[in-house]
Design a protein around this ligand. Structure first.
Ligand code: 13P
Length: 288
């Protein structure tokens, strides 16, 4: 099974009233932590790659080759998708060429007409290549690796127009924000989510900005049709925290504690723990 498009896993999630986690990756340690956590939970998983992270890892071909080889070497059997996060049109083209199994085209900053036009073209290309495709309507607030959004709620009619283009899953802005939520955050707009779900029927909906959303809101969002939840900042925070603790405790100065494999271990383990906790919350344990 292993490397697959995300279409089937999300169809099953929507029908089964749980969500599959998308965890963004940054390097080898991150990838290993997410894959091993998903395998331990016997859960499908989506590896999110932002354009910035793709560039950092020297390009999408490197990412695809690393993930494929790691799945093989680690004996990962759960379904895994390599997914471009908030892709530009160009980025999507590059990931199609690199053999990713899924792309997100973020056309939310274009007019709805232009978003429809570009999404239509990419749906055709993605499906010809056996990949799944996510589109976005209404923007996610805050900043995700250079992609800045105002955070307006999606128009349910525009969601229907985009959903009807044959995409596999839809990200609709419902007051969610990338990164940490401000103290005065108004919370998710369940009214918008319910209206979007009513207009788009079986379409799996995507909740971006998974970091910092209270558990009860996550559960309610899943009840209202969310089948994919994106998490990035949370893993970064636990990685940084565990690494800082290791250094502050002077562990890098004890024996060969400076060995990168030792230095990066607490952070990597923390990511795996964080991913497991999220998979449990999203309800996808045992759904591989
Ligand atoms: P967070 O960084 O808020 O978890 O958001 C991740 C995300 O939505 C990636 O697209």
């Amino acid at each position: 099974m292993a490397l697959v498009s995300a279409a089937e896993m999300l169809k099953k999630a929507k029908a089964g009233h749980y969500a599959v986690g998308q965890f963004n990756i940054n390097n080898l340690e991150w990838t290993k932590a997410v894959l091993t956590a998903a395998q331990e939970c016997n859960s499908p998983v989506i590896l999110g790659v932002s354009e910035g992270a793709g560039k950092y890892m020297t390009g999408y071909k490197t990412v695809q080759a690393m993930v494929a080889a790691m799945i093989d070497e680690l004996g990962i059997t759960v379904p895994v998708a390599t997914h471009l996060d908030h892709g530009s049109f160009d980025g999507c083209m590059k990931c199609i060429e690199a053999g990713f199994t899924s792309i997100m085209f973020d056309g939310s900053h274009y007019s709805i007409e232009e978003n429809v036009e570009k999404t239509t073209e990419l749906v055709k290309l993605a499906h010809e290549n056996g990949m799944s495709i996510e589109a976005e309507v209404g923007s996610i607030g805050g900043e995700e690796d250079g992609v800045v959004g105002a955070g307006e709620c999606a128009d349910p009619n525009e969601c229907k127009a985009i959903a009807d283009l044959g995409i596999d899953f839809l990200a609709a802005g419902i007051g969610n924000i990338h990164g940490k939520y401000p103290a005065n955050w108004a919370g998710l707009s369940f009214e918008t989510l319910a209206a979007v779900q009513e207009k788009t029927g079986d379409m799996p909906l995507v909740l971006h900005g998974g970091t910092g959303i209270p558990d009860d809101m996550i559960k309610k969002a899943i009840d209202l049709g969310v089948a994919k939840i994106n998490v990035n900042t949370d893993c970064q925070l636990v990685f940084a925290d565990a690494t800082r603790k290791y250094i502050e405790a002077g562990k890098d100065l004890e024996g060969k504690g400076f060995d990168p494999r030792k230095l990066l271990k607490p952070g990597t383990d923390a990511i795996a723990e964080c991913v497991k906790t999220k998979i449990e919350l999203f309800g996808s344990v045992g759904k591989a």
